[in-house]
Design a protein around this ligand. Structure first.
Ligand code: APR
Ligand code: PHB
Length: 390
């Protein structure tokens, strides 16, 4: 079997890339290790920058997002009994974000791919990348016991942090930069109306909490927990008690409780691989970098990578120019590092670092008070939150 591009992974990166390429007449196949149902059962992020929404439009997949997505013109920071709103629109000249779950983004992209009949192989086992340092890369996999091989011009490694693509690069060719935090986020999804119309990021002496949502009737709440905790340690009642305790009273009073539809713990990590291109293999999305979720940059960074990569590949086929693919890694990394900085900074400012002591805690409060009282400081938060330009 031969395709122009072989995309590994059917998360948001791989599916969005596939759709943008298909629109431009570039032929790509997607290989995904899991089943479609499994991919759709993962509950992940939910805040989209306007650049992401534009790309979904370009891909012809923004219909439901435009109908059902909630436009948010601000969010709040809660600390020290205060609640301070960041007026995204007012501080950025009218920009906002859209609250719409990653699961729904994935569903829309999968349906669009099925509608155009573009090839996608689910439950592809033992996916392996070959010869991407030469001009004839290949990808092999097994499906239902049979072995398959795909010959292609380019491989797009969109298979997430634990995927095969980054691991197939020789260690001496890749540099990794990493910070692991000693805690995770325990997330709970429930069909209860959100406690607040906009998101609230709360710093509290017991740990961080985030009140987010998926719709007017579905809430997504998070609390910081030690990495040693298990989901089983947190029955719903215990979660809601801890969550309410970390919010300002006026918000805590409005928290409606209800049975969890999903509950999971995600460790926080910052990670960047450099470069993002190895011959005819490109890494995009979580395969190349991870941000902690504070600031909601993970999914949005995947989208900017895909934008740069899709335009480079389309330029290669349409105009015979390699300028876009040659510049991909540097262009993507410039934006990635700024989002890494913002996510690390938001994480540092809002979480409990028990080992860091009183000085660090005072620094967090001074930082938050500065944002609340300085327009210059608030603008830097807002312009990063709505997303730096592509
Ligand atoms: N072969 C094929 N597919 C694989 C392999 C493999 N060896 N390993 C992983 N995959 C698949 C996973 O099952 C998953 O569906 O690759 C996909 C990667 O998807 P994501 O992890 O969602 O990564 P990405 O598409 O880059 O999306 C980034 O998703 O995880 C969030 O925080 C992240 O919001 C960010 C966004
Ligand atoms: C979410 O709704 O899942 C969410 C929102 C904002 C974040 C992280 C996660 O910063």
């Amino acid at each position: 079997m031969r395709h122009q591009v072989c995309i590994i992974g059917a998360g948001p990166s791989g599916l969005l890339l596939g759709q943008l390429l298909a629109k431009a007449g570039v032929d790509a196949v997607i290989l995904e290790a899991r089943s479609a149902d499994y991919v759709l059962s993962r509950i992940r992020a939910g805040v989209l920058e306007s650049g992401f929404v534009d790309l979904m439009r370009e891909a012809g997949c923004a219909g439901r997002l435009e109908q059902e997505g909630l436009v948010h013109g601000g969010f709040s920071l809660a600390f020290d009994g205060r609640i301070e709103r960041i007026d995204l629109q007012g501080l950025t000249g009218g920009k906002s974000v859209v609250v719409y779950g990653q699961t729904e983004v994935t569903r829309d992209l999968m349906e669009a791919r099925a509608a155009i009949g573009a090839p996608i192989v689910y439950e592809a086992e033992d996916v392996a990348l070959h010869d991407f340092d030469g001009s004839h890369p290949r990808v092999t996999y097994r499906k239902d016991g049979a072995s398959h091989e795909i010959a292609c011009d380019f491989i797009a490694g969109c298979d997430g942090f634990h995927g095969a693509s980054r691991r197939s690069v020789p260690e001496r060719a890749i540099a990794s930069f990493e910070r692991v935090y000693g805690f995770g986020w325990l997330g709970l999804l429930a069909d209860v109306p959100p406690a607040s119309e906009e998101l609230i990021y709360a710093r509290h002496m017991h740990g961080f909490a985030l009140a987010s949502m998926r719709s007017h009737t579905r809430s997504r709440y998070y609390i910081q927990v030690p990495l040693s905790d298990q989901v089983g340690d947190w029955p719903d009642d215990r979660f809601y008690d801890a969550f309410r305790r970390r919010l300002p009273d006026e918000v805590a009073e409005r928290v409606v409780t209800g049975p969890s539809l999903e509950k999971s713990i995600a460790p926080l990590r910052s990670f960047v691989a450099e470069p993002l291109r190895f011959g005819r293999l490109f890494l995009a999305g979580d395969a190349g970098h991870i941000v902690p979720p504070t600031g909601a940059k993970g999914l949005n960074l995947a989208a900017s990578d895909v934008h740069y990569l899709a335009s480079g590949l389309i330029e290669h086929y349409a105009e015979g120019s390699d300028a876009g693919i040659d510049g991909y890694s540097a262009r993507a990394l410039a934006r990635i590092w700024k989002a890494e900085r913002f996510s690390w900074w938001m994480t540092s400012m809002l979480h409990l670092f028990p080992e860091a002591g009183g000085f660090s805690a005072r620094m967090q409060l001074a930082e938050l008070d500065y944002i609340a009282t300085s327009k210059a400081a608030a603008i830097t938060v807002a312009e990063n939150y709505v997303g730096l330009p592509y």
